[in-house]
Design a protein around this ligand. Structure first.
Ligand SMILES: Cc1ncc(C[n+]2csc(CCO)c2C)c(N)n1
Length: 195
């Protein structure tokens, strides 16, 4: 396997959907099927799905999969890890030579779905990581979502699409300054706890 020095800016996300419903398999596979994934590399197995490619397409696809599943009205949760610039990453399993036009933005914009999310940024190999993180938490407050502190994470509440946009903007800004950046998240919608 060819090892790259993290210079290719391949972004990726390893994520899974959990659907609190008997027909979970149909909801998961249906959501994956309804999303256009032509601009990313994608692999689904029994544990999770991985998408890799340009940063904007990785976020476009992950956001769209979540919205397609959550619009069923079922209690749907997604957890995942985004990563970019890992020095141990390989240059394979991606499609980088694509235009920036997002394939799922129009369909995603049509889906209104309230959600709650906790996310955590991990800028790697930098001593000022707390400053980098605090700056992004402040910027999230301008993203049209409610931002609140939570142990080991920051909580975002609002429209699911706005939540993904806030996470994309945080991750994108951090990786411009800190080459190897990762971000974890859990987002949940239609939880019976909210009724
Ligand atoms: C995004 C995502 N990808 C894969 C799985 C793993 N998985 C669990 S049930 C199921 C459908 C029936 O095989 C699949 C693929 C997941 N949970 N979420």
């Amino acid at each position: 396997m060819v090892q790259e020095c993290g210079t290719e800016r391949i972004a990726g996300c390893q994520f899974n959907l959990s659907v609190m419903s008997d027909d979970f398999a149909d909801v998961i596979l249906g959501a994956l099927d309804q999303v256009v994934t032509s601009k990313v590399w994608k692999d689904t197995d029994d544990v999770s799905t991985c998408v890799r490619g340009r940063i904007e397409h990785v976020f476009d696809v992950v956001k769209a999969v979540y919205l397609q599943a959550a619009k069923t009205g079922k209690h749907v949760e997604m957890s995942g890890t985004f990563s970019i610039g890992c020095p141990g990453d390989s240059s394979g399993d991606t499609h980088m030579d694509v235009s920036s036009e997002r394939m799922n933005e129009a369909a995603s914009t049509d889906i209104q779905q309230k959600a709650g999310c906790k996310f955590a940024l991990y800028p790697m190999n930098t001593t000022n990581y707390m400053d980098v993180i605090y700056e992004q938490i402040d910027l999230s407050k301008e993203a049209g979502v409610t931002v609140s502190p939570s142990h080991y994470a920051t909580r975002l509440d609002g429209e699911a699409a706005d939540i993904f946009n806030a996470m994309e903007s945080s991750f994108t800004k951090v990786q411009e300054a800190i080459s190897h950046t990762t971000m974890t998240f859990t987002i949940s919608a239609n939880s019976p706890s909210n009724r």
